[in-house]
Ligand binder design. Sequence first.
Ligand code: GLP
Length: 241
Amino acid sequence: MNIIQVQDYEEMSEQGAEFLFREIMSGRSKVIGLATGGTPVGLYKHLVEKINANEVSLTDVHTVNLDEYIGLSDDHPNSYHQYMFQNLFQYIDIPSANRHLPSGTAADFSEECRRYERLIQQLGGVDTQLLGIGANGHIAFNEPGSPFDGRTRVVDLAPATIEANSRYFNEGETVPSQAVTMGIGTIMESGRIVMIASGKEKAAAVKEMLTGEVTEDCPATVLQKHDDVTLIADAEALSEI
Ligand code: GLP
């Protein structure tokens, strides 16, 4: 794994944006896998700045998000559909038909998961996948115990993940307990992976990912088996290495 150590969140965001920007500009990556959560917010801000400063058109780029909460409609403020619109899509010209996320309100979730897998295949696979990491080592919504060969499916969220993500919800509002997520098998088929990590609450998971035994108990350890992964992490996230 290629590790880029940076000072802090700001530098991680700038370097992560530069990584994706270069992928897009080179023409190498036409299908970009995107992530949500608190970590990529700064990256998207820098990416928008770079795209707009260079007057880059992205009409031939497709984006494929990792996951969506079950039960939240596309326009729910806490849905990942809205997150992507607020942080990225509203500022750039990727056509709406090219922005792909799983639906959180499908009538038939088995079919929705199959549709999403088919879509990724039809696009020719993900060229570059952006990832964050959960404090328990989850990637996308693949919690500890998720199969390494898993495909897009419905999952239950770990109590720790529900707790961590509750900070984005209003008091009294129920945090979804399930999600549709790309599987680890799906993610591992990406041509290239770039993970960003910041803060000391990620340090144990980052250490396990880099130096631990490759085991489904810590989903991120699977990345040791991918041959093109770049980790951009700040000093706090790397503090246990
Ligand atoms: C969420 C997302 C993941 C994300 C992770 C870390 O549950 N499904 O894709 O990487 O948790 O989130 P954060 O960046 O907010 O710490």
